[in-house]
Design a protein around this ligand. Structure first.
Ligand code: TRP
Length: 460
């Protein structure tokens, strides 16, 4: 169940929409190389830490962090029990244990980051839904680059349409969250992910037949080292966090479902592997199309997959059916991710404020929906209102992926590496000594130092 839920959360628009766009923004192979290294050396170790916190705490992220910090700040005292006249031990908190519960702020930050991300995620998921209909109606048949760009431009220029799709997507998300029927959807992941995988492989095979295949491969896999800069590294690390759903508590909530028998190391590695494969596959499909049709990847932007994929669909036999299926699968992948984005907030409101699931979903859904209006307008009416060269969507995306998620992950690494007692972590992870120590080095030194350095260099 955990693998389904966590894979459902991880595999989403991040892999198929955002990853190729980020690759193109950062100039190709250098980004891919740093992305894969960040997944292995930084993101996966932190993913293990996040799932550990969730499984050990067994509550919403805020409460789990509080519980774990209290637990590790207690110590055993031995005293003589006067009545029974024997020695007894009991747990006592350090007097400053309140300081330790500041760690709950990580949970809070995560709840806010989740709402921020979902607000734009829903708008992009709306594009996907609109593309299901377009694909089904044969709008992509024999389309060229101009036509495809036009379809996309017309969609994002229309605030009313965007609002409609955004609203539908948020209602669906909240409905599923309110009913608590996630279980069914998570089981569907069993068919969904393999389905998505199959269709992606078929599309990748198609891409091998294109003239631009060689150029696409060189672009993705031959790193131009001169393109590596602190900001490219920060965006690759941020992308790794975004794609694996880490740094904001989604996986803490899902970790609390994970049975005590499962090995956290194994299940997280499985999820990370599946997620990375989907992202790479998406790149293998998109870039050959980009080079075949002479698109300039550096100026592509968030419309990249919506402008390129229809050309491929339009020129293959049975393209309309494949395209429809593809966007339906992408929509389902998006909804299993969006549920995980809002779940930390929901579980917190239910447990801490004794709200019903329905009330919590409606309130959080409305808030998120409202915030999403900023994003959908930033593609049309307010696209020229910019701060530091970024529009509203750019700011929200940058703030979450490049600041909030890495910061959340950094704090989780420090928390697990330095605050929680080693014995508790060892008992929960039950890795062999070599693996455990390797993980410990990554979580105590490599991940925190890398993220801090990159923050300092990449943001200033
Ligand atoms: N990982 C998802 C994707 O790639 C998005 C997502 C879901 C997410 N839950 C998250 C991102 C938590 C960051 C944090 O589409």
């Amino acid at each position: 169940m955990f693998i389904f839920a966590a894979t459902g959360s991880a595999v989403g628009l991040g892999n198929i929409w955002k990853f190729p766009w980020m690759v193109s923004e950062s100039g190709g192979g250098a980004f891919v190389l740093i992305y894969i290294s960040s997944v292995i050396l930084i993101a996966l170790p932190i993913m293990i830490a996040e799932v550990f916190i969730g499984r050990h705490g067994k509550q919403n992220p805020v409460a789990s962090l509080q519980y774990l910090s209290k637990e590790s700040s207690s110590f055993d005292v031995t005293e003589i029990d006067g009545d029974l006249n024997r020695i007894k031990t009991k747990k006592q908190q350090y007097s400053n244990s309140d300081d330790y519960s500041n760690w709950q702020l990580v949970g809070w930050g995560g709840i806010i980051a989740g709402i921020f991300i979902l607000s734009f995620y829903s708008v992009i998921a709306g594009w996907t839904m609109s593309y299901i209909l377009k694909a089904g109606s044969g709008a992509f048949n024999l389309i060229d680059l101009e036509g495809s760009k036009m379809i996309f431009a017309n969609l994002v220029a229309d605030p009313i349409k965007l609002m409609g799709w955004h609203t539908v997507f948020m209602i669906l998300t909240c409905y599923i969250v309110a009913k608590g029927v996630k279980g069914g959807l998570e089981k569907a992941v069993k068919f969904l992910i393999p389905g998505l995988f199959l269709i992606l492989i078929a599309l990748a095979l198609y891409s091998t037949t294109l003239n631009g295949f060689g150029d696409g491969m060189r672009y993705m896999f031959v790193p131009e080292l001169s393109k590596i800069s602190p900001s490219v590294v920060l965006s690759a690390i941020g992308m790794a966090f975004f794609s694996l759903s880490i740094g904001m508590g989604s996986l803490m909530v899902y970790g609390s479902y994970l049975s005590n028998e499962s090995s956290i190391g194994e299940v997280t590695a499985t999820v990370a592997f599946a997620d990375t494969s989907v992202a790479i596959l998406a790149g293998l499909i998109i870039f050959p199309i980009v080079f075949t049709y002479n698109l300039d990847p550096s100026t592509a932007g968030p419309g990249l997959i919506f402008e390129t994929l229809p050309i491929a669909f339009g020129s293959m036999p049975g393209g309309s059916i494949i395209a429809t299926l593809f966007f339906i699968l992408l929509f389902f992948a998006a909804i299993t991710s969006s549920i995980s984005l809002i779940e930390p907030a929901i579980s917190f409101l239910i447990e801490r404020h004794s709200m019903s699931r329905a009330e919590a979903s409606i309130k959080m859904g409305l808030l998120t929906w409202f915030l999403g209006i900023g994003t959908l307008l930033s593609f049309n009416l307010i696209s020229d209102y910019k701060l530091l060269g970024m529009n509203f969507f750019g700011i929200l995306d940058g703030l979450t992926s490049k600041i909030m998620l890495p910061l959340g992950g950094l704090l989780m690494a420090i928390f697990t590496g330095y605050i929680v007692k080693k014995k508790i972590v060892m008992d929960e992870l039950r890795m062999g000594p070599i693996k455990f120590n390797f993980w410990l080095i990554l979580i105590k030194y490599v991940a925190p130092i890398a993220v801090t350095l990159i923050f300092v260099r990449g943001l200033l």
